[in-house]
Design a binder for this molecule. Structure first.
Ligand SMILES: Nc1ncnc2c1ncn2[C@@H]1O[C@H](COP(=O)(O)OP(=O)(O)OP(=O)(O)O)[C@@H](O)[C@H]1O
Length: 248
């Protein structure tokens, strides 16, 4: 199928006695905004890292837009996916333009066309006035926005974001969410993780709630709420399935 398909994925990190992923399976069709949700330690970042080919699963199958995630397809998948990691993946001593030029070059983009694209996105993300400022002088919200631009310069069909709105102010968050909706409306698929369930409820057409390395439930947020009469919102559904116990 097109989209993302994860089947029976297992992963135990070296030196760890407990598996992080214990037979995780889910599918997201192409063209949607999807959410991968779960408590701390559920395995969301691990899953995303395996989807992107940054970490290897021990067993199971991952298929991205019809391509199995394996060595032979790594380069093709790299061009399909844009990844926005949880940690800011920019060089702090370089300016936004210098950073983005570097990332653009990695994908084979060069010259005037790349510079125009960079300036276009810096404007969309409200960073044009700070284009030549070093990243370490940026606020947290500005860094998050620049981090997203680095992942979209090659126009990925699938954008994967790990907590893109964590710790940003209301203004930056609104801007980022609007961008994701616009990017999706142009045909791209989006998969994102968040602990902000109100946000996920309004943004996502489809969510997977995972816990302890397994898929617990999947569905459209509004339908999941409807199906559980005691639940008023996605947070209630989340608590219904994952419980109140604190996680390490
Ligand atoms: N590189 C690693 N080496 C060993 N254990 C790891 C590594 N990365 C993650 N883990 C462990 O795997 C489990 C799942 O971590 P992961 O970061 O995938 O969860 P998460 O759902 O993204 O959590 P959070 O919401 O806190 O970001 C945790 O117990 C974590 O300690």
């Amino acid at each position: 199928m097109s989209g993302i398909s994860v089947t029976e994925l297992f992963k135990t990190y070296k030196g760890s006695d407990e598996p992080t992923l214990k037979g995780l399976s889910f599918q997201f069709p192409e063209g949607k905004i999807a959410g991968l949700l779960g408590p701390n330690g559920a395995g969301k970042t691990t899953t995303i890292s395996i989807l992107c080919g940054l970490v290897r699963g021990d067993s199971g199958e991952v298929v991205i837009h019809g391509l199995k995630q394996e060595a032979a397809h790594r380069e093709a998948i790299k061009h399909i996916i844009g990844i926005v990691p949880q940690q800011i993946a920019l060089y702090p001593q370089l300016s936004a333009v210098e950073n983005l030029t570097y990332f653009g070059n990695l994908y084979g983009f060069k010259g005037k066309a790349l510079q125009q694209k960079i300036m276009h996105y810096l404007e969309i993300f409200g960073l044009e006035k700070s284009a030549h400022k070093e990243i370490h002088k940026y606020s947290g919200g500005m860094k998050r926005r620049a981090n997203i631009i680095a992942a979209i310069l090659h126009d990925p069909q699938l954008l994967i974001l790990d907590e893109p709105t964590a710790g940003v102010d209301v203004q930056s968050r609104g801007m980022i969410l609007q961008f994701l909706r616009d990017y999706n409306s142009r045909g791209a698929s989006i998969l994102y993780t968040s602990h902000l369930l109100e946000e996920a409820q309004s943004l996502c057409e489809d969510v997977v709630i995972m816990d302890e390395g397994k898929m617990i439930v999947q569905g459209n947020p509004l339908k999941l709420i409807e199906q559980h009469p005691a639940c008023q919102n996605l947070e209630d559904v989340f608590l219904h399935f994952t419980g109140y116990a604190l996680r390490d």
